[in-house]
Unconditional design. Sequence first.
Length: 130
Amino acid sequence: MAEKKIFTYRGKTIDELKTLDVREFSKYLKSRARRNALRQFQDIESFVNRANKKTERKKNIRTHKRDLIIVPAMVGMKISIYDGKNFVPVEITGEMLGHKFGEFAPTRGKVKHSAAGIGATKGSKSQAKK
């Protein structure tokens, strides 16, 4: 029987990481994410506190803050991140630690190529007049 693999981040389990505050957790991040987390640790902590209050009241967490670093306190939360048009629902997992919210809500959709529209080519102009 296969054993279930326990997720670790830099040798620490999620439970161990959840006991750390943002500044202590930032020591385990790569340099760019660490600098970013240390600069905005107050924003991250206030977002986590606000999100915890909303989850207690069973409210949906929606945010425009695409530049926040994901920390262990957010793991397991369901957050809707604004992509410029809609709020994209995202569930935070352990693999997302150290990344930014914006990476999981792309602002540009996939281009779907199809037939040219009316007036796009010279041949289609004649069809539009009929």
